[in-house]
Design a binder for this molecule. Sequence first.
Ligand code: GRF
Length: 186
Amino acid sequence: MPDKQRVAILISGRGSNMMALVEMAEAYEVVLVASDKPDAAGVAWAEARGLRTFALSPRGIGKVAYEAALDAALRAAGTKTIALAGYMRLLSDDFVAKWRGRIVNIHPSLLPKYKGLDTHARAIAAGDAVAGCSVHVVTEELDGGTVLGRAEVPILPGDDADALAARVLIAEHALYPRILAEFVQR
Ligand code: GRF
């Protein structure tokens, strides 16, 4: 049995997708949880689990220095694949180029529909019957890389964005670990 692939997870907030990835880690090993927000709830959770963490805000030091420090932490942890999980910052083209084909993201829409923010409100406003989530490879184009997998969720009468987001989130927690496992074993 070859060594499990070493995965780092990048978060900015509560980190529920990160937690799902950690809980379901069989095909891969989570070697680092990194956050651009030092007080993100997910960082404390990861620390309490004994996971290696890296928390640094770009505020004050600038994007170039921040990404250099992040890159160094990722490499020090032996990262092979980066999983973005509610990471709310755009990675620079330089950073994406350094990790080309090795960064994945979860996005709360059925890509290619609704790239960017406010996906649930936009799906409801459009009168869609179905929403969902997608895991995709990260490229320089926002939410634009190859889609690796999607899960559909019904939009129900009376749904507002929060109700739909909560339903989609449950699907995210099932989809992301499954697709990441496939991705590292491809
Ligand atoms: C998720 O809906 C994810 O798809 C989006 O941001 C949210 C993050 O939630 N990119 P969490 O931090 O994983 O709980």
